[in-house]
Design a protein around this ligand. Structure first.
Ligand SMILES: [Zn+2]
Length: 427
């Protein structure tokens, strides 16, 4: 059996489809969580290092396949290395797909990604317990290389599938050791020749719902365990090059200096001020200094601005405000400034009809909120009706070992996802 009509055939392990396998219950949420917990966890930091196409990633993939097989689901990997577990016909029309990713940022937390995948299997188990009758194919997916921790580009698996990353551009991706993406895929046992758009697969998906731990405190502030995503904020990255004059830190009079660090410092404060005024976020989180000597006035300070806001107009206001302040300070301090936009992702509005349907299924009792973080769901939303559920994160901390969701909230997430899948696939 092939799982796609586009490109080379993926690997498919036929399963029973709609009937659970003999031999007892599938692993519980607890068991699944405990099985995943040690994979890729760094002993010293306590954080996860599940980077694409590494040994830890392979172990996560094995875990996914085992979960599919334990439930009698039809397992396949597509030709972009994304994993799928199907209840019903993988070639059927109007499928309802849920899932997330299992990879992590460097020293990431346990919940970002895995919560969505584990909750998907648990929600399917819940529906079988309820005796739900499925009228549409249902799939659980694990998208490859969502975080981009190794090759510097996020959502590689979903981008390739959606045709938003060309094979040529994917082949040019390299990790810190100079290993290319195709080399890494090949070493992990995948065929990099086969990567590319998969429009036939996307055309068979009627709805994609991704459950994700919230990466902020909105739900903590509203007092809700679960929320529905409205949109992913527009997001950009800008490189600021402040050119001054290198000189001796001990002998150069303050009045004679052209110190780009000073201009950079004023720009950081301006970013904070502009973001606060607009209710947006703006961050200088990465910097490079030349010559980078403790007793030298720098010749160059290069800083990267990351800014996000609820809508395009607000983001434009913030970014132009920061740039104007930087140019004003640069002129005053005799520093030359160039600003280059390195990347930009426009706002992603999740489909209103599906979002409203989720709200109806969940009884209208869940808050609808925007997010500043990117997701596979955002990539797929151009091709497929897409929605997201968020589970409360009491501290809002994410991309850190401190990332957390309470057990009761995880259960609430599973039940909400089960309700959504039942509402979409069983009625
Ligand atoms: Zn994630």
């Amino acid at each position: 059996m092939t799982g796609t009509t586009d490109g080379p055939a993926p690997t498919v392990t036929p399963g029973a489809g709609t009937t659970p396998p003999p031999g007892g219950r599938p692993p519980s949420f607890h068991t699944m969580w405990a099985d995943l917990a040690p994979i890729g966890r760094h002993a010293a930091s306590g954080g996860y290092r599940r980077h694409a196409w590494t040994g830890a990633d392979a172990d996560c993939r094995t875990w996914f396949q085992e979960q599919a097989e334990a439930r009698g689901l039809t397992y396949e990997t597509d030709h972009n290395g994304n994993q799928w577990a199907w209840l019903g016909d993988p070639l059927g029309e109007d499928a309802v797909v849920t899932g997330s990713h299992l990879d992590s940022v460097p020293d990431g937390g346990a919940f970002d990604g895995p919560l969505g995948v584990v909750s998907s299997f648990a929600a399917l188990d819940e529906l079988r317990r309820r005796g739900a009758q499925f009228r549409r194919p249902v799939a659980i997916t694990n998208f490859g290389d969502e975080e981009g921790a190794r090759f510097g580009l996020a959502c590689v698996g979903s981008r390739l599938t959606a045709g938003r990353l060309t094979k040529e551009a994917a082949y040019a991706l390299r990790d810190a050791d100079g290993i290319t993406l195709p080399q890494a895929m090949e070493a992990a046992g995948y065929d990099p020749e086969a990567i590319g758009p998969d429009p036939g697969r996307l055309a068979r998906i009627g709805a994609f719902v991704e459950l994700h731990v919230e990466q902020g405190r909105a739900l903590d502030l509203t007092g809700d365990a679960v929320g529905i995503a409205s949109a992913i904020w527009p997001h950009g990255r800008w490189r600021y090059d402040f050119h001054g004059e290198a000189n001796h830190a001990g002998t150069t009079r303050l009045a004679d200096r052209r110190d780009p660090m000073l201009t950079y410092a004023e720009t950081v404060l301006a970013a904070r001020r502009e973001a606060e005024l607009a209710g947006a976020v703006a961050t200088f989180g990465k910097i490079a200094v030349e010559p980078n000597g403790v007793n030298a006035i720098p010749s160059l300070v290069r800083g990267w601005l990351d800014s996000r806001a609820a809508d395009q107009a607000t983001l434009d206001t913030v970014v132009s405000g920061i740039e104007a302040a930087a140019h004003e300070a640069a002129a005053r301090q005799g520093v030359d400034l160039t600003v280059v936009r390195e990347s930009f992702t426009p706002v992603v509005e999740f489909e209103h009809a599906l979002r409203d349907e989720l709200a109806k299924i969940l009884g209208g009792r869940v808050p609808v909120l925007g997010t500043g973080a990117g997701h596979d769901a955002g990539i797929l939303s151009e091709s497929v009706p897409t929605a997201m559920l968020f589970v409360r994160n009491p501290t809002g901390i994410s991309h850190s070992p401190a990332e957390h969701a309470a057990e009761d909230d995880c259960v609430a997430g599973v039940l909400a996802l089960a309700d959504v899948l039942e509402g979409l696939a069983c009625r």
